[in-house]
Design a protein around this ligand. Sequence first.
Ligand SMILES: Cc1cc2nc3c(=O)[nH]c(=O)nc-3n(C[C@H](O)[C@H](O)[C@H](O)COP(=O)(O)OP(=O)(O)OC[C@H]3O[C@@H](n4cnc5c(N)ncnc54)[C@H](O)[C@@H]3O)c2cc1C
Length: 374
Amino acid sequence: MIYDVIIVGSGSVGAAAGCYATINNLNVLMIDAHHPPHHHGSHHGKTRLIRYAYAEGDQYLPLLQRSKVLWEALEKTTGTSLLTPCGVLSLAPVDSPLIPTLIECAKTWSVDVEPLSASEIMQRWATFVVPENYHGVLDKNAGYLYSEKAVEQWIRLAQEQGCAQLFNCSVNEISHYDDLYRVSTADGEYTARKIIVTAGSWVKKLHPNIPISPVRKVMTWFQSDGRFSQHANFPAFTAQLTDGSQYYGFPAEDDQLKVARHDGGQPLNDAAECLPFGQYPTDGSECFSFLKQFLPGQSACLYGLACSYDNSPDGHFIIDYLDNDKTGLIISGLSGHGFKCAPALGEIASQFALGNEVDTVIEPFRLKRFEKNC
Ligand SMILES: Cc1cc2nc3c(=O)[nH]c(=O)nc-3n(C[C@H](O)[C@H](O)[C@H](O)COP(=O)(O)OP(=O)(O)OC[C@H]3O[C@@H](n4cnc5c(N)ncnc54)[C@H](O)[C@@H]3O)c2cc1C
């Protein structure tokens, strides 16, 4: 049997791609080394932020705006609550370019934001202690996503639409000859006219030349209370400290406040090196300096999880063809900020599989940007 497309890695982007390609009547085989959602990639830990004023660059705005539409559609189709628009408050020192960049982005792309001084922030949320030399901006429609639930829904929808799914089965090798892709797994060989590689942090096992550096990251949950919950209008947040470190967090659920650090982490060579939470002495304490300064009153770290970022050299996504004949597509290097865009990326992958033009949309993310620096 020859599939129209095989998806190698069916986590966040691969699950979305498999779902959209199947809905578009393609004959799809989704493969994953585990059974998504799972705890061996980048999509676990319950939640992910979604922001629409984006300092990472204008190239993301079409992806973000399309993703918002697709997230809402996925909620409607599945009858599942996936997106909580609680607002995201970003905080940074007044001499950092971050807040002006977010405000500028919001102006250009009509994103609903509210700039706030340190005292305005503390008046609105008495739980925040914000130094005088700080300011912020509230991205009003931003919020958070239930990441594992979303992956689960894409997998279920794809399966219901007739997608073939091969899980708990690693792909060992991909070869391309006679106009076909051959995918070797422990379970045998599978063949397709097109291939989409969305293997996240572990893509280098299949494509060693893709410039990805996997990094172990931890998320921590702190004992909290109702003042930090969404019922008390407490927002999701990001914060840049004066030493450049970056933190983010979510309104407390069940009196547990989730906080994590975006920069740093431990470099990884493969999945086996991603040791469980608690195996590094700093795991439970890396958010202490942020919490002590901005959200005093959080006490014990209750638990945590370890996950991986697939960092590209410049922190930007990698989306490119695998071959000159444009029959293979890779989406990787999401660098710790890609979950929010998974629906748009999945849709791009499915359009590619359908044979539609995606050159324009993938152009800013192609690998040739790294060649210039050689
Ligand atoms: C702690 C943490 C916090 C984050 N916070 C945010 C946030 O707030 N907002 C946001 O937008 N993003 C965030 N991200 C980033 C986001 O979660 C990732 O960018 C996104 O999940 C990556 O999607 P992916 O499909 O590339 O990888 P994954 O979801 O990991 O999927 C890759 C899949 O490929 C499979 N695979 C790998 N190798 C093989 C193989 N050889 N054979 C078969 N299958 C294979 C894996 O099993 C996996 O299922 C965060 C990430 C982490 C780790």
